[in-house]
Design a protein around this ligand. Structure first.
Ligand SMILES: [Zn+2]
Length: 384
């Protein structure tokens, strides 16, 4: 109030005089100097950057990202990088042998395809082979992106540069498996390796559905004679509460039968059986596919069925560290360790829960009710 009163007083005390007006007019006539025009252009460019439509039209001008680019006359490396919307640093990482100042017409430049950059921190007990397999890259690629790397001597805490393949993901797992929902859920497609009980109850995230399909593709190669496996529920199309389940709400849960040594009519269904009737080899082929790729948050399997799977995993070369990370067995059915865990009522089927995918920002892992109550209490205490 005080300031406004002062400034209006000042304005009233000094009315603009004629010479000042003339000067103002003259200035505005000469205003379009190159420097001003340049400022104006960059201001407009800034404004359009913040505009979604403009940003999108700019994005659509980018060339679709492919694996390689053949250099045309007059192109520079930084222009090529800009054309495809990737940074010059990333482009150079894909092409460590080229001299940026001396590229030749017709030369092939690796672009890396539709990949995302990951600065991966190596964890205890990990091998380069395991990491490469998880991100679907080759060892040769890892070596190219990380000059000077000694493949046999990686250590925990070391950072590796990776460009992982980025499959399309439109779906979203929202919230936790027992209080969440599914956006743009994808139906589990038909496959010769399995039989779906009810298709209207078999929707999942892109990752869960792709994970199931690719594991059964893998199974068909390794066990061409395998019978079909029954798959019961995943989630409803939009997720949320579902009859007969507490979880299965966010598109990441699936109930699958076990492979047994003999399955009537070529289909292994749900139904009780003795542990010695389990076909551990085929069942493990599925589980191993997901576990090796770090795709799972949890698998519920009756404790009595775990020893045969554990032995199968060990005989196929799982390391001590992997066995420890993957199995609750032999710690006992009450121990909260391992991805494969005992849960009551899982003697006739296994429950596979896929992990949250990095593109699903609102996805939450399952946490026991007790943990959630403790957290809520702690938060309430903080607020007081
Ligand atoms: Zn289930």
């Amino acid at each position: 109030m005080k300031w406004m009163a002062l400034s209006s007083q000042r304005a009233a005390s000094r009315p603009p005089r004629a010479p000042a007006l003339v000067l103002l007019l003259l200035w505005s006539l000469c205003a379009v100097t190159p420097a001003v025009a340049e400022r104006e252009r960059s201001r407009r460019a800034r404004d359009s950057d913040s505009d979604t439509d403009a940003a999108q039209s700019q994005a659509s001008k980018l060339r679709p990202l492919t694996e390689t680019h053949r250099v045309a006359a007059g192109e520079t490396l930084s222009e090529i990088a800009a054309d495809y919307g990737i940074s010059l640093a990333d482009l150079l990482a894909h092409n460590p042998d080229i001299n940026p100042d001396r590229i030749a017409v017709g030369q092939e430049i690796a672009l890396g395809g539709d990949r995302r950059r990951i600065d991966y921190r190596v964890r205890d007990g990990e091998t380069l082979t395991g990491i490469a397999r998880r991100y679907e890259v080759s060892l040769a690629e890892v070596a190219r992106w990380n000059p000077g790397l000694e493949p046999d001597r990686i250590r925990a805490g070391q950072t590796l540069l990776l460009y992982a393949k980025r499959p399309r993901s439109d779906s979203h797992s929202v919230g936790a498996p027992d209080r969440g929902h599914l956006e743009a859920g994808r139906p589990l497609p038909r496959h010769r390796g399995y039989e779906i009980r009810e298709r209207g109850r078999a929707f999942g995230t892109d990752e869960a559905v792709r994970g199931i399909v690719s594991a059964f593709d893998h199974l068909a190669k390794r066990h061409p004679q395998a019978p079909k496996l029954r798959i019961h529920d995943l989630s409803l199309k939009k997720g949320g509460r579902m009859r007969d389940h507490r979880s299965h709400q966010s598109g990441r849960d699936a109930d699958l039968a076990y492979f047994k040594r003999s399955c009537p009519a070529g289909v292994c269904g749900f139904g009780r059986f003795l542990p010695r009737e389990l076909d551990a080899a085929r069942t493990w082929t599925l589980l191993e596919y997901w576990l090796e790729r770090d795709m799972l948050e949890a698998v519920f399997i009756d404790y009595r069925l775990q020893p045969a799977l554990y032995r199968e995993a060990r005989s196929r070369g799982a390391s001590r560290d992997e066995l420890h990370r993957w199995f609750q067995y032999p710690s006992g059915r009450g121990h909260p360790v391992g991805i494969v865990r005992h849960f009551p009522k899982h003697a006739d089927h296994m429950h596979v829960r896929f992990a949250c995918h990095h593109t699903d920002a609102k996805c939450e892992s399952f946490r026991p009710l007790l943990d959630r109550r403790r957290e809520a209490a702690a938060r309430a205490e903080l607020k007081q």
